[in-house]
Design a protein around this ligand. Structure first.
Ligand code: RB5
Length: 145
């Protein structure tokens, strides 16, 4: 699976850990920044980078991390075609794929520890969109864009 990853300074450490985790699973990950936790940056920039990259590469997934996962998910969702889900548990991560066809998973580096975060990303990665009635609903989301 191909991933695009991005974070602000507050999400940098967790993003770096998850990029390593995904690469360890054999996935290809392009890290779109930021590059360190010391320099304060603005999460909308990185949410937009991830969103635009995912939309440009059909089938790719996005990983976006800020302090809470909230701001970067709001930003990523401004990109047409992006369904970014900010999740804090594995069940929601799986549902985000199966029911919502989410293409970006968002986490909070100040909220979720690395062990749980790995489980969340793994659940998101391994789940498949169920289609059927869910496709109709996703189409309605796209109709709002
Ligand atoms: C940065 O301090 C923080 O506001 C940001 O990482 C994020 O939590 C916003 O939603």
């Amino acid at each position: 699976m191909k991933w695009y990853a991005g974070s602000d300074h507050a999400g940098y450490e967790l993003k770096a850990a998850l990029v390593g985790f995904l690469r360890g699973l054999g996935d290809e990950v392009e890290d779109l920044g930021t590059t360190n936790a010391a320099d304060s940056v603005d999460y909308p920039e990185f949410g937009a980078r991830v969103g635009r990259a995912v939309v440009a590469a059909p089938g790719a997934m996005g990983l976006a991390v800020c302090g809470t996962g909230i701001g970067i998910s709001i930003a990523a969702n401004k990109v047409a075609g992006i369904r970014a889900a900010r999740v804090t548990d594995e069940f929601s991560a799986r549902m985000a794929r199966e029911h919502n066809d989410a293409n970006v998973v968002c986490l909070g580096g100040r909220v979720t520890g690395p062990g749980l975060a790995e489980g969340i990303v793994r659940a998101f990665r391994d789940a498949t969109f169920a289609g059927g009635r869910h496709q109709r609903r996703v189409d309605k989301i796209e109709g709002l864009e």
